[in-house]
Design a binder for this molecule. Structure first.
Ligand code: GDP
Length: 445
């Protein structure tokens, strides 16, 4: 699971901060040093980490937290806000030309990064969510297998593929594709360009030539999150040589330490547009800096979870749930309702990882175990009385004992759930935009 070790370490630091009452400047400094180590170990670039920690330090001083009772919470809040900022604060969407004007997107990246797969994923999303009529173009003339792969993927997502074999220059194929798109009423042309194992001049020249001769509106770079700092270096080089508009970070479903997600924006100034969360052609998610920050901090990615769950349920319920979350009125009934929805939709692995407290317990655990642990959480909630579920504050030690007995679990499991639930609510109150009801891109609420 991505970020696992980083999340564990940050949670430990935060636990330390929370457990102390007043914090001295030295204590905050020591905690920030641990945050720094955790980020460096997660492969975040040194320069980025240094600026990040300095900025938090300055704000902690500015907020005059030292010696105050809620110092720990304030520092955690600042860390959260800085993480969001580091990743670009706002969600950036792929820019499309208005109306029926043809938008040309050029997909670039090294071989194996996931470019061809992402090309098809992106076409499918822009078709479904933006009502575009896409055409995929096979410009990788060096690997016949790449053309075939694009054709197969195109077919899977119901998007036509334009190919001319491997005997033409990529720029000529792209030009012919433009004519084809215009003739057939298509308004989005996505070029799958050739990748190389390493960055080389010929590759860059080819991309520059396409950019010079076609009206390329968006240049998107696909990088593999598993390659850590390399992904950041590749982004920097591509941005300097050909200019990119945004990045898709693939394989974030894998066991990556996550540094790339945190460094790319800061190093290149260019946003992460999407993240690849699996090999299936539906596994492409819009990138939300705030959600990613809460995922990294181990508070669970509640918004994505609910979005996924509510894609299958009625809108009224979805809206109600978002409202509750924003006001932090979320109770155990809501939690239970969400879990029951989740059961219906499958994709357990990705969904479980978004649940607060469940995600980072999943390391090395097979999915059966994951589902079992979810069942136990469910049985704990079902052993609460109606009153307790609606008023989580009622749950005192003797009630916990009764609940544990009812659910047939150890009291420590009840304690853990209650604690995580409380933390999640606290976090929600602190998140920028949560309590105030700021409008979030892409989520109707
Ligand atoms: P290209 O050489 O850059 O075109 O890369 P491909 O699209 O052929 O992808 C290389 C491999 O990475 C394939 O096995 C893909 O299924 C896999 N892949 C691509 N994106 C993701 C992702 O987000 N998650 C995972 N787990 N695998 C991915």
């Amino acid at each position: 699971m991505a970020f696992e070790s980083l999340t564990d370490k940050l949670q430990n630091v935060f636990k330390g901060l929370r457990s102390k009452g007043k914090l001295s400047e030295a204590e905050v400094k020591a905690a920030l040093k641990e945050v720094k180590m955790a980020l460096l170990e997660a492969d975040v670039s040194f320069k980025v980490v240094k600026q990040f920690i300095n900025s938090i330090q300055e704000q902690a001083v500015g907020a005059e937290v030292f010696g105050k009772l809620d110092a720990g919470q304030t520092v955690i809040k600042i860390v959260n806000e800085e993480l969001v900022k580091l990743m670009g604060s706002e969600t950036t969407e792929v820019d499309l030309k208005p109306g029926n004007e043809i938008t040309v997107i050029m997909m670039t990246g090294l071989q194996g990064a996931g470019k061809t797969t992402t090309t098809a994923k992106l076409a499918a999303q822009l078709k479904a969510k933006k009502g575009r009529k896409p055409l995929l173009v096979a410009c990788d003339v060096y690997r016949p297998a790449a053309i075939k792969q694009l054709q197969i993927n195109g077919e899977k997502v119901g998007v036509p593929v334009f190919a001319m074999g491997d005997k033409h220059k990529p720029v000529d194929i792209a030009k012919a594709a433009m004519e084809h798109a215009a003739k057939n009423g298509m308004n989005l042309v996505i070029l799958d360009t050739a990748g190389r194992l390493h960055i080389d001049e010929a590759m860059m020249d080819e991309l520059v030539e396409i950019k010079d001769q076609l009206d390329v509106h968006q240049t998107i770079l696909v990088v593999d999150a598993m390659t850590g700092q390399d992904a950041v270096n590749v982004s920097e080089t591509f941005n300097n040589k050909i200019g990119i508009d945004g990045v898709v970070l693939t394989k974030l479903d894998g066991d990556t330490r996550g540094g790339a997600a945190l460094s790319i924006r800061a190093v290149t100034g260019k946003p992460i547009l999407y993240v690849g969360m699996g090999e299936k052609l539906s596994d492409l998610e819009q990138f939300y800096p705030d959600r990613m920050a809460s995922r990294i901090l181990g508070m669970g990615d509640i918004m994505s979870l609910i979005e996924k769950a509510t894609a299958e349920i009625d809108e009224e319920q979805a809206r109600e749930m978002t409202q509750k979350l924003r006001k932090a009125e979320f109770d155990y009934n809501d939690f239970l309702a969400q879990m029951q929805q989740i059961k219906k939709i499958g994709g357990m692995g990705s969904i479980l990882s978004m649940l607060p407290g469940v995600g980072n317990q999943l390391s090395g655990v097979d999915m059966d175990e994951g589902e079992k642990s979810m069942k136990r959480v469910e049985s704990i909630i079902l052993s609460m009385t109606k009153d307790e579920r609606a008023n989580p504050g009622l749950i005192n030690p003797s009630r916990k004992k009764r609940i544990a007995r009812g659910a047939g679990v150890d009291i420590s499991e009840v304690n853990r759930l209650v604690k995580q639930f409380d933390q999640m609510k606290k976090m929600m109150k602190q998140m920028p935009g949560m309590a105030g009801g700021k409008k979030r891109g892409g989520f109707g609420g």
